[in-house]
Design a protein around this ligand. Structure first.
Ligand SMILES: NC(=O)c1ccc[n+]([C@@H]2O[C@H](COP(=O)([O-])OP(=O)(O)OC[C@H]3O[C@@H](n4cnc5c(N)ncnc54)[C@H](OP(=O)(O)O)[C@@H]3O)[C@@H](O)[C@H]2O)c1
Length: 429
């Protein structure tokens, strides 16, 4: 197996650069190139169609007013179904930013090729089954090669995962539990997400039953519980904290946060923080309830084999009530959209023994950022990669398959995100 070397032509290769999200990752890499090692970043685009990749480069050159991108940035042709092409791609880069999803269908050959050819792999997967399975099956192989495979480095799940670490660092004492609430604010143009995310989410929900079996295979011991138990939330509930209705978050955040907390407990003896991740119903333009109902219908049909992939791909607008579309959001819609993720934490004040009595101190923190799917996600993904390149000494000692919190707990990723518009702040103690 090859190991990572610094003599490769590219620091970063964006695989799936022609996808809806990939095109914005390309722009973000171009904007952040001065943050690479020694102040410059050598990078390339990769994907299965040279023609489409050229189109993305042209578009980025025009949008960013950087005509030099057309001539200076190389293109690598690679297809998930052709292992040789993935190997050749991985041998040329230090970090592969994998934007090819759904990851349950296309992700594994990329993880494998990265490990076998010594390239670190950063993805924006929001599918817990894939993320956990990669950890189960590839962690020790990645460790042996010194390769870091860091999944869910987009809006799913960097804000939730790093937000808990930030809250814990700001808390004066021992933080034991956190409940976080996501709010999406849309402007007059409205907002939506691209069909790629819908496909990933819907197959994930349909297969959520397989997670329990997968988790048994890890053979984990239960994590210690300190402080009051976290409130169990129903599928729709009224939250006094935010004075609104909310529903549980259906993405990868809870799984990712749990993995990070386990890593920090088992590897660094840090008391785990228990968490509830929820979505604030009111601010998602009021139609989330209808979307949720339709999601459940699709999932039910898929579980019974009645909704075939092709049908589901044809009608994302219908099934999601327009929240997911084939075209994705316009740039204008993206400009008008932002998110805030608010963390309500509780624990024991400094000097108090967390094993005695009830929690007696609270904290409220927040992350505020631009449009989550295609502005915040490229920022988070690119800053994750830049952290891997610039701060290898602060990553876990060996390679492996990690969640963002496990990989980046000791790095300056939060400061980097703050400088790029994902602003972490303490609202009140
Ligand atoms: N974490 C987050 O918050 C977040 C945010 C946004 C997106 N995502 C995830 O990112 C993924 C992509 O979403 P998207 O909306 O960008 O989807 P998309 O527009 O459909 O893009 C998919 C990309 O995969 C490429 N691809 C498909 N099959 C391939 C193959 N056999 N070999 C090589 N490339 C192949 C496509 O290439 P062609 O252009 O040649 O078809 C395209 O570049 C999804 O899993 C989504 O859930 C996550």
């Amino acid at each position: 197996m090859a190991t990572v070397t610094s003599t490769r032509p590219y620091h970063i290769i964006i695989f799936g650069a022609s996808g809806f999200t990939g095109q914005f990752v390309v722009e973000e890499v171009a904007r952040s190139a001065f943050e690479g090692p020694s102040g410059s970043l050598k990078w390339a685009l990769a994907g299965r169609s040279r023609h489409r990749l050229e189109g993305v480069l042209n578009q980025a050159a025009e949008t960013l007013r950087k005509p030099e991108l057309r001539t200076e940035v190389e293109i690598i042709v690679a297809d998930v179904s052709q292992a040789d092409s993935l190997a050749i791609m991985c041998q040329q880069g230090l970090v592969v930013l994998n934007c090819v999803g759904p990851y349950r269908f296309y992700g594994e050959p990329v993880v494998k090729a990265c490990i076998e050819n010594g390239a670190h792999c950063v993805d924006i997967c929001g599918e817990p089954q894939f993320l956990e399975r990669m950890q189960l099956e590839y962690h020790s192989r990645a460790m042996d090669s010194g390769v870091y495979v860091i999944g869910s480095c987009g809006f799913d799940s960097i804000p939730a995962d790093m937000g808990i670490l930030y809250t814990k660092n700001q808390f004066k004492g021992t933080l034991t539990a956190v409940e976080s609430f996501l709010t999406i604010h849309t402007g007059p143009e409205g907002g939506c997400a691209h069909d790629g995310t819908w496909q990933s989410a819907i197959y994930g929900f349909a297969d959520s039953g397989s997670l329990r079996k997968l988790r048994k295979k890890f053979g984990h011991q239960p994590l210690p519980v300190v402080g009051a138990t976290v409130k169990k939330r129903g599928s729709l509930f009224f939250s006094k904290e935010i004075d609104q209705y909310a529903i549980p978050f259906m993405g990868s955040d809870p799984s990712v946060v749990r993995r990070s907390q386990r890593f920090l407990y088992e590897g660094h003896q840090e008391l785990p923080v228990r968490s509830n991740t929820t979505t604030h119903l009111y601010c998602l333009t009021g139609c989330l309830r209808a979307v949720t109902q339709r999601c459940y219908i699709v999932v039910l049909l898929m579980r019974r084999g009645l909704a075939r992939q092709e049908n589901n791909q044809l009608f994302p607008e219908f099934f999601s009530f327009g929240v997911f579309t084939k075209a994705g959001p316009s740039r204008k819609q993206m400009e008008g959209t932002s998110f805030s993720l608010t963390f309500f934490g509780e624990g024991y004040a400094e000097g108090l023994d967390p094993s005695q009595g009830r929690p007696n101190a609270r904290i409220c923190t927040q992350i505020h950022g631009a449009e989550p799917g295609y502005v915040a996600t490229p920022v988070a993904m690119v800053q994750a990669a830049i952290t891997v390149l610039n701060e290898p000494q602060f990553l876990p000692i060996k390679g492996g398959v990690y969640s963002p919190g496990a990989a980046f707990a000791r790095t300056t990723l939060i400061d980097r995100l703050n400088r790029h518009g994902l602003v972490f702040s303490v609202k009140r103690f």
